[in-house]
Structures are given as structure tokens and as C-alpha cells.
Design a protein. Structure first.
Length: 262
């Protein structure tokens, strides 16, 4: 009976999420910028690419994107209709956000087990775990391209909370909004989460980068001192501080490796 109720709840959540999808038509702007998609066959198709998420729900960009091809734009009509595409439809997309900044997303196969298991108990926590552990094919944003490619990936929050769980769920959603994971692939290899320890390992095959690491030239890798508790374990706030340094590592260390190492 309990399983039936949970399945019913998951179905209800899915139906509600679909019903709230923005299907409004789009009015062309005078300064319209075209992005593009890459279809499953590798074909590049230019058009208007509209992000599905925003600063409040950035994880929505990982699930779907709205697109109308240049060839389908009818300038005689005031508004254009979008197609909604997901990771099963295309390999990647490039869009321009509300600030006209270019955003590049690629379909990757990765299950965010860290967010799946980093959850409180109760029904709200179980749904958050379900949301993260059942998604593998998703769009991840490319933040650094090259021999080491780095993606930004958000966890998926709970889609349901009630009673005393509401405040906890809201706090957890805010944390996820501000603390994405950074996933890397070196020379097309396995997708793994980037952290301080991994950064030191993946640049060690390059004498140039290894020399700078040994000499202490990388400022971002100096900030990983770990003060331990009496039990010899990192407390949560210290782990958060170490992980928060990853964007600096991407900009300093990974950029340096991509530009100077073979």
C-alpha cells in the first residue's frame, strides 16, 4: 500500500510539473540573436533557443530547452511556436540568456549520486533522492572546454513538501541553487566530480602544470587546508568551504592546463 501511495505521488508530481510548463508563443525581437542545436546525427541547426530555466530554477535548463529553427520562423506572424526538446532529442544546444550571454549545454550521462544521498529523511527527502538518482541523461553547462572539459551541474530539489518539511525543503533548495557541482572529463574519458584532490591528480601528467603545483604557484590550490575534528574527520562547513573553491580552480588551474599542456 505504501509503495502504491508513493508511486501515485510521483505521478501526481510529474503531471503537475508538465502542466506548469511554459508553452506560450514567442514574439520576435528586433535584435534577435540565434543560437543553435546539434541533433542526434551531429547536424547543427540554427534558430532561436530559449532557456527553460532561470536563476531561481537553473536545474530546469538540464531537462529541456525550447527551440524554433530559422527555417520554421514565419516573420509574417506576430508570434512563433517553440518545440520543446530534451536530452533524448539532441546532443547539445547554445542559447543566449536574459543578459545576452552565450550559454553552452551538452548532453551528458551522469547520475548525481552526491545530491541523491545528500538529503534529509521523510517524504520530501525521498522525493529529492528519487529526482536525482533517476536522472542520468541530462544537459550540463560547459564552463571550460579543452583537453579537460568542465561542466556545471545542479542537483534537482524536491517537488513536494508539507508541514514541518517546508522550511527544510526551501533551505535545501536554496543551497542547491547556489552550490552546483563541477563535473569533468579528461580527453573524452569518464565523467567525474571535480574537487581539490582530483585537480592535483589530473594535472600531474604535465610537467609544466606539475611544476607550478609543486612550487605553490596555483593560489586556488593553496586554499584546501583541512582542519580536522577530534575524530579526524572534516566537519560539514569545512567540506563546503573546500568545495566552494572549485570555480577558482577551474579558472586558474584547468585553464592553465588546457592552454599549456599536450
Amino acid at each position: 500500500m505504501k509503495k502504491v501511495l508513493l508511486l501515485g505521488l510521483f505521478a501526481l508530481v510529474s503531471v503537475n510539473a508538465y502542466a506548469q510548463e511554459d508553452n506560450t508563443d514567442y514574439e520576435l525581437r528586433t535584435d534577435e540573436k540565434y543560437g543553435y542545436i546539434i541533433d542526434k546525427g551531429g547536424k547543427k541547426i540554427e534558430g532561436i533557443v530559449r532557456l527553460n530555466g532561470d536563476a531561481m530554477n537553473p536545474w530546469s535548463n538540464q531537462k529541456k530547452v525550447k527551440f524554433v529553427a530559422v527555417s520554421d520562423i514565419d516573420k509574417s506572424k506576430k508570434k512563433q511556436k517553440f518545440k520543446t526538446l530534451d536530452p533524448d532529442d539532441i546532443k547539445e544546444y547554445v542559447a543566449f540568456d536574459e543578459n545576452n550571454d552565450e550559454r553552452h549545454f551538452e548532453m551528458i550521462k551522469y547520475t548525481n549520486t552526491k545530491e541523491g544521498f545528500n538529503t534529509a529523511g521523510g517524504l520530501s527527502g525521498n522525493i529529492k533522492a528519487f529526482n536525482n538518482l533517476t536522472k542520468s541523461n541530462q544537459f550540463a553547462e560547459v564552463v571550460k572546454d579543452g583537453k579537460i572539459k568542465v561542466y556545471k551541474l545542479y542537483g534537482y530539489p524536491t517537488t513536494f513538501s508539507a508541514g514541518g518539511q517546508i522550511a527544510v525543503a526551501e533551505k535545501e533548495t536554496e543551497r542547491m541553487r547556489n552550490s552546483p557541482s563541477y563535473i569533468y572529463s579528461k580527453k573524452g574519458g569518464k565523467m567525474e566530480e571535480l574537487n581539490v584532490a582530483k585537480a592535483k591528480i589530473i594535472i600531474a601528467d604535465c610537467s609544466y602544470a606539475k611544476g607550478k603545483l609543486t612550487s605553490g604557484s596555483y593560489t586556488s590550490l593553496k586554499n584546501d587546508e583541512k582542519k580536522r575534528s577530534g575524530l579526524g574527520k572534516l566537519i560539514k562547513s569545512q567540506i563546503d568551504n573546500v568545495m566552494s573553491n572549485v570555480p577558482e580552480i577551474v579558472e586558474e588551474v584547468i585553464t592553465d592546463y588546457n592552454e599549456n599542456c599536450k
